[in-house]
Design a protein around this ligand. Sequence first.
Ligand SMILES: C[S@@+](CC[C@H](N)C(=O)[O-])C[C@H]1O[C@@H](n2cnc3c(N)ncnc32)[C@H](O)[C@@H]1O
Length: 368
Amino acid sequence: MTDLKEASLGKTVEHPNKSFFFQLSGIHPELPSIEIFSILKGEEFQYKVLEKKDQFLLLNCSEQAAYKTAERAAYCRRSVELLYRSEVGSKTTENIAKNISEHIEFTKLLQKDARFKVRVYRIGKAQAKHVSIHLEKAIGDMVWEQTNGACKADMKNPTIIFIVMFTENDFFFGRETFSRKKGSFTDRRPDLRPYFKPGTLEPRFARLMVNLSRAKPGEYLLDPFCGPGGILIEGAIIGCKILGSDLDKRMVKGSKKNIDYYAPSNNAGFVISDAKQLPFKNKIKSIATDPPYGRSTSTYGKEIEDLLTRFLQNASQILEKDGIIAIGMFEEVPLQEIVEKSGFILEHFEKIYIHRSLTRRIGVCRLK
Ligand SMILES: C[S@@+](CC[C@H](N)C(=O)[O-])C[C@H]1O[C@@H](n2cnc3c(N)ncnc32)[C@H](O)[C@@H]1O
């Protein structure tokens, strides 16, 4: 494989041809990358896919697009600007450090008094043998040497973090542009919210649903089965104008309370309504929803299939052409059939194991 070195080292201007890699969660083989593409499309960022592997995506896009996408995505651990890549082959740890140092002009890349940190990770089927403090130190020594000791390693307060990521056959070296802090969704856990009812989505999963709907900050996002507002909270946090409705007035009140607590906004609208007869007049682009499963939440005596069919028919009247519904459902319901007969194209249809008695189906439906 040819080595790839970006020509834009040290530039701070926006460079449309930079490459960024994304370290994704292993929670599901497809959903984390579908989430990334959905955000890029929703935000209308230009991008090109260069490589897609297990838990790894390499894209050509702007720095802003890479940062914003990684920051929004529930199942992305970090984004890194690619500076150099090569095959691992039979290279020793020392060879890898030397190889990186030969291809990167750290003096141009780093400011005079920069403090740096090097971290090494592996994903998918990568071997563990090079993932060591030894490699981090070897690269650190080379940076120190190249800059004549002007740039020092600083593990606590670095101004720049270098990442080496090992995949099955290759390693990728770059500058970290975003990293998700552990526990960044924890404060929104259902049991910590001011209004709690069982059947609400975990915040990370709710964020995934928002992102799959291609919701865009400043535009409307509707959840017509809003329950305690798990999806709406995440939509409000990314800056959407949220619309929530539910047949149960306690849920509408509760979700408003939760939104007021986590993301108070004048752009939030709530209504008590049946999802089969939504009262909205304006056309909207994104719906993210998790209708009742008929297990822990009530379906008001209606069959789920009938409820879904009538909801989708109604939603097709208020969605723009090419508008998206991201919908969660339990796997026994023939979601594909219902979606297709209601005038939608099922763009993605993924199965995700939640726990022993629940496997969900996630559908991403686009209005024809
Ligand atoms: C699974 S909960 C939604 C949870 C929510 N997505 C969250 O993450 O917090 C389903 C909700 O659908 C509501 N519901 C049931 N039938 C409905 C209907 N026909 N129209 C509107 N809401 C309905 C229930 O009251 C319940 O609050």
